[in-house]
Design a protein around this ligand. Structure first.
Ligand code: FMN
Length: 223
């Protein structure tokens, strides 16, 4: 097939999703537990980087922007990821601490979409996570001012060499102040399970915004 034909075929693909459903009787009415369950199932099924989520933010000028980050902690307080606070997303979150996110588990005909507010996880948590990262990733966090332009690859590698020299002989690297965690505190989490003939299951857990410990209620949406 030519490239054009392959592209055409890819754009016309129509997969009828599985018969496996998601029923009100089986969903845990706590989105953190339900997400943990689906994450474990995605990992078991061999989904590549099952903890990767697309994270949408609002730039200071009001425009949306999106990128992938890795979920690193999940508990009853929220979903934590780690980044450079000075990055584009970091600055966006300072201006508008609101996000939307999606875990796209196509292999399982599943997605989880999340809406929430964001807060910093705190210094102790960020130190703890930073210290568990491989040394190369720690050096990179020092060397790279994420999202800032740079003249070329060589200039970046020379910043890495500088950072390596700065910490030569040191057993562990401290965390750069501008690097750390954000916690997404969700108020809406939708569990989507693809079904046959596009009659998908969509179960949404919602709670009042900004009220810690508010109860979750469940609703089903049309596909
Ligand atoms: C699979 C995957 C995982 C990623 N995980 C992270 C992450 O956990 N933290 C992070 O800062 N960037 C991560 N990135 C890079 C981001 O997508 C993005 O390029 C970077 O954070 C800069 O985004 P920004 O300029 O919008 O702030 C990841 C990219 C991919 C493809």
């Amino acid at each position: 097939m030519s490239d054009d034909e392959t592209l055409h075929a890819a754009l016309r693909t129509h997969t009828d999703y599985g018969a496996e459903g998601l029923d009100e009787s089986e969903i845990v009415r706590d989105p953190f537990q339900q997400l943990a369950r689906w994450l474990a199932e995605a990992a078991e099924r061999g989904v590549y980087e099952p903890n990767a989520m697309a994270l949408a933010t609002i730039d200071p000028d009001g425009a949306p922007s999106i990128r992938t980050v890795l979920l690193r902690r999940l508990d009853e307080h929220g979903l934590a990821f780690y980044t450079d606070y000075g990055s584009r997303k970091g600055r966006a979150l300072l201006a508008h601490p609101e996000v939307a996110a999606v875990f796209p588990w196509y292999l399982m005909h599943r997605q989880v979409t999340i809406a929430g507010t964001v807060e910093r996880t705190g210094d102790a948590d960020s130190d703890d996570y930073f210290s568990a990262r491989p040394r190369g990733a720690q050096v990179a966090a020092w060397a790279s001012e994420q999202s800032q332009p740079i003249a070329g690859r060589e200039a970046l590698e020379s910043k890495v060499t500088d950072a390596e020299q700065q910490f030569e002989g040191a057993e562990s690297l401290p965390r750069p102040e501008r690097w750390g965690g954000f916690r997404i505190v969700p108020h809406r989490v939708e569990f989507w399970q693809g079904r046959t003939s596009r009659l998908h299951d969509r179960l949404v857990l919602v709670r009042e915004r900004g009220v810690a410990g508010a109860p979750w209620s469940l609703e089903r949406l049309q596909p």
